[in-house]
Design a binder for this molecule. Structure first.
Ligand SMILES: [Zn+2]
Length: 329
């Protein structure tokens, strides 16, 4: 009974390790939604190709091929997300000593990757999700895709159109507060209200969304006064300013406290908080389809794998910057 090799292991009995001077190249996964490599009796197969045996991909004389090296030196040793550089969370399922299933996932942008061996050395599978390239004009519904892009490239926050940001903010509040509704109401001359957020209890929050050109900008007190004006005119006690700015100025924070003392509550949400909230728009367990495709021949194992990884790598929970879940209920 040999112990299955781990991702961190330096030596793998499954693959002969030889020193190569050639550099490892990233796999060109092209148009596939899933980059999928499977080794069956020492052959790599790329999903979607009938005859995949590019001589380059096959092993010869026990030397490591490009693919072997890629899996050993890049795929299995990867600790950070290749898209947004967050730390990958890894979980290993190993029901007995001879088989193992390792799923690593980025809970920030929904990237995931897989490495497994069933009946040791007979079938090895390595796979990684591929995020689509950024399209300049995403349809409005593609918020999950947009969130991935924003996590990868924070500068994109300032490239959103004002209307695009308002719609994203409405979607973000809807995703984090399942029992509430968020309506995009922003129009020109609307008096500074872009999104109306309605709690299940009936409280209405006026939300103003501000996009700042510079990512390190500060949101100032004038935005706060403009929203406060709208709240007074509409007789609404709750307001939120969502800004792509890095932080709010000292005076904005100070006046928000003064307003709160007078009964006008305004929550300030900067890009840091926004980043925590957008996670709720990402798909949960994006690897499920891959598991289905690969393990549907053993339904019992499929169920075990799904259950195990759903527990080990839970989706990011909704974030509650308004404190609605604990208070006033
Ligand atoms: Zn990521």
């Amino acid at each position: 009974m040999t112990k299955a090799p781990r991702a961190s292991s330096n030596s793998s009995p499954a693959l002969d390790r030889e020193k190569h001077s050639g550099k490892v190249r990233e796999l060109d996964v092209g148009t596939y939604d899933i980059a999928y490599l499977r080794r069956l009796e020492a052959h790599w197969v790329i999903e979607g190709e009938d005859e995949p045996h590019d001589p380059d991909l096959e092993r010869d004389d026990g030397h490591l091929t490009e693919f072997d090296r890629f899996v050993e030196e890049v795929h299995r040793t990867r600790t950070a997300c290749p898209y947004c550089n967050s730390k990958l969370r890894a979980a290993e399922y190993s029901p007995d000593g001879d088989e193992f299933y390792i799923l690593s996932a980025c809970l920030r942008c929904a990237y995931w990757q897989w490495f497994s061996a069933e009946e040791y050395e007979i079938q090895l599978i390595a796979a990684a999700s591929v995020l689509r390239r950024y399209e300049e004009r995403l349809p409005e519904e593609c918020h999950a895709e947009l969130v991935r892009q924003l996590n990868m490239t924070p500068g994109r926050w300032s490239e959103l159109s004002p209307k695009g940001l308002e719609q994203l903010v409405a979607a973000v509040f809807r995703a984090n507060y399942a029992n509430a509704e968020a309506l995009h109401v922003g129009r020109t001359g609307d008096g500074g209200v872009d999104v109306l957020f309605i709690e299940s209890g009936g409280n209405e929050w006026l939300i103003q969304a501000k996009r700042r050109e510079k990512v390190d900008a500060a949101e100032g007190v004038s935005t706060l006064r403009s929203l406060l004006g709208a709240m007074v005119l509409r007789q609404r006690k709750y307001g939120v300013i969502v800004s792509t700015a890095d932080h709010f100025t000292y005076y904005a924070q100070k006046e928000a406290k003064v307003a709160a003392a007078l009964g006008w509550r305004i929550e300030l949400i900067d890009r840091g908080i926004l980043n925590r909230m957008v996670g709720a728009l990402l798909p949960g367990q994006p690897w499920r389809k891959f598991l289905e495709n690969n393990f549907s021949s053993s339904p019992q194992l499929l169920v075990e794998l799904n259950n195990y990884f759903a527990t080990q790598l839970p989706v990011a929970e909704g974030y509650d910057p308004l404190g609605l879940r604990k208070s006033r209920r």
